[in-house]
Design a protein around this ligand. Sequence first.
Ligand code: B12
Ligand code: SF4
Length: 448
Amino acid sequence: MAKIDSHPNVIEVRRRAEQGRAEAPPAVLDAEWLRRLCMAAGAEDVGFVDFERPELADERVQIERAFLGAKAAISFVCRMNRENVRSPARSASNLEFHLTNHDTNEVGRRIVTELESIGVRAFNGNVGFPMEADRFPSERIWVVAHKPIAVEAGLGHMGIHRNVIHPKFGNFILLGTVVVDTEISAYDRPIDYNPCLECKLCVAACPTGAINPDGRFDFSACITHNYREFLGGFENWVETVVESKDAKDYRQRMSEPENASLWQSLGFGPNYKAAYCVSVCPAGEDVLGPYLDSRKTHLANVVKPLQNKVETVYVVANSDAEAHVAKRFPHKRIKRVGNGLRARTVDAFVVGLPLIFQREVSRGLDATYHFTFTGAEQRKLTIVIRDGELTIAEGHEGEPDLRVRADAATWFGFVAKERSLVWALLTRRIRLSGPPRLLVAFGRCFPN
Ligand code: B12
Ligand code: SF4
């Protein structure tokens, strides 16, 4: 301790404190002052939320894993230029996404820098990537979920396509969040209407059918195509390289444009393949005018060029997305790929099943499954597939049509196509009681 007492910096800090020159951080941040600070930092709208409200209880737990002491959040938006996002030229659209992504991170960083300079602990939650990759794909890999915070902060509501629509800027925004350990003098509340017009143009434009008219989102369809050059799509490409016998074989699996696109993604940041749901959305006061003037023109100039574009759409084999492209967009090329979404633990299995469930493929199946996992992970689950719906419950409920008793490691090896089912059945690492066709039908509902 004696050593630290004589350190020049320690002496100076103590001297300042004694002289009353050390600035104490404010006990409460004034909302008006904070709003001005955020706008000066480049935000185009901002709202404040406290973490006491029950709607954000789960979010707070997640954020505390990265930043202890979260009391309130500053939610802000940065606007994207519409015509670039809408362009069928992927290079133009991706540039707009990437640059706005960068700006949004910068705005968050500037806000944090200002707050830190007055002694307030503040944390900038990444807009998107990089994320906590070591959790992929078992848990959510993002630290802050910006959408629920933006909704609570009164910056808009999620439309049918599950993007937040701002009442003025529409869905041409990216979201940022700065978390602080200090209370704010006034908090915002969700706005009392949804800017979404329910026109369903997003449903019509999405090449993979990921957006359903009832607001359901097919996570697997979107991530397989749109994120082909991110995460799981990248892993699938690596496996393609590994599995190729020689250069000629590789060239048959990956076309030259695909290689060029991948190189661009690796060199300049990963390229999205679509985002057409965002492109076509006419909602928001600043966006709506031309659509109200002539829906026909909006369709012809914005929606049709994206629908008519001849392009490759990436799908999982025998998925709802594959059927959708074949039916709605016969001029687009279908390419079957893997998306890397495979469970390795029972927890990941439970989280992942709803994300890869194929509602249309499941039609006609009415079955209750009792799973008993043994070995390293012991757990009982009841999984019901009925009327295109999936339900998962802990424990065993009701009378099953098929009982599956499986050593957990063997089961996940089988799901990842690394172990043969026949071998697992013969060695009794997986045991079935009931018609085996129900296991085949189960597998069809969750292609990966
Ligand atoms: C995960 C994610 C995705 C996923 C899932 C999309 C989704 N609807 O959530 C995928 C990869 C498909 C995706 C795609 C896109 N995304 Co995105 N994405 C995120 C991320 C990281 C978290 C989203 C979130 O909060 N989900 C939770 C709840 C609130 O949303 P939800 O819709 O109910 O949840 C779904 C998924 O999150 C998923 N999920 C939930 N829990 C778990 C757990 C695990 C383990 C997994 C794997 C998945 C998963 O399943 C849910 C149902 O489908 C945020 C960035 C962030 N850190 O917040 C950006 C974000 C939502 N994305 C954004 C954008 C712009 C896009 C794209 C347009 C990208 C592009 N340029 O093409 C597309 C649009 C697709 C769409 N219509 O939603 C913006 C949206 C801005 C806005 N105005 O709302 C965000 C907020 C980024 C940002 N900082 O601005 N995205
Ligand atoms: S395109 Fe239409 S239906 Fe889709 S989110 Fe926008 S306003 Fe809602």
